[in-house]
Write a protein that binds this ligand. Sequence first.
Ligand code: LMR
Ligand code: MG
Length: 393
Amino acid sequence: MKIERIRLIPVMIPRRTGIDNRHVIVRLDAAGDWTGWGEMSDLSHLPLYQMDLANLEGALNDLLVGMDARVIGPVEALMERAYTVEGHKYSRSGLVRQGIDLALHDLQARRAGIPLHVLLGGALRDRFKVCYPIFRMRSQAEIAPNLERIAEMARRGFDLIRVYVGANVEEDLRFLEAFGERFGDSIGIKSIDFSNLLDWRRSLAATERYAELADWMLIESPAPEEDYGGLAEFRRRSRWPVSEHVNHLWHGWQLLHGGCVDILNVSPYVLGGLRPCLRAIALAEAAHASVLIGTTQELNLGTAGVTHLGAVARVLDYPADNTGPELYTADVVREPLRYEGGHLLVPDGAGLGVEVDETLLNERRTGLASTFGTDLVGMLDRTSASERGDNLS
Ligand code: LMR
Ligand code: MG
């Protein structure tokens, strides 16, 4: 089953939080009229440049056309040579590899007429718990809309959030206090996420103050990126488990070997698809560490990939972050993935289990220019300048 053609379709989808995000949908055609779909999820992050999609599409076709679509391992090895690990959570090369990896998995499972989780060895669970993100607040103006968002998500069955913190500790405290007063114990907090903004001692000091107002399951990224020593210092003093994104397999090993984390945050968008994620999960298993599945906020195709990963993961101890389909206001698939009682349900259709609607895809088709412009705070925090009150003098 030879790969015949790869097409890259950029789309723009608005979020409920008032920002727009760019993604690239990948269409991979193979001999016998088989098609697999993948996604390069969420290109709206720093660094502030985009891929040249015409060039990328040409290169992917030059590299992969004529290869056997069934042998994902050799394709992956070639892709890793051409799109080298860049060691960064928002590296473009990981997204390129993810797009091809997902499309090949989708194609192969479709051809076999089975859900992807069966191809991956079989589901160990039919759903897993997820949490909804509350993005980092820098001004008081952002607190009320976030509380409304939580109330709205609660009406739709979500009872767990995660909160990005650390840019303005006083606003974080105001938010946590208002959150506690309004929701009591009805909504839980999975994590507070420092996103590598602060050194470990500042994160610890902030954590001690937050803890007077709220509780949570774990703490994410409380030291600068690659500060293994700092992360380990934080962890030694923390009564909550500590989690960090795995940027590549060696990074995951460093995090575990250095005693830096209790939990590996594993994501196909960073690691480059499902295969490297399964290896990272095996690494955690070998170290008796825990796993959670992270997100960049994928659309339905990308989230479906994660859903099959979560279904087959031998280690999965904490709620996952994958609520992209609930965060975006539109998508390119016919039927979105289903959430029930704050759980993401594992789909049972063939392949990824979601069907691309080409009319919707064409409607959402766009260029790749960033909608954030040069709003660096917005790009970092995923917030809109108007909600932050930046336009109010
Ligand atoms: C998002 O796009 O909302 C996430 O990738 C944010 C983040 O930095 O984790
Ligand atoms: Mg993202």
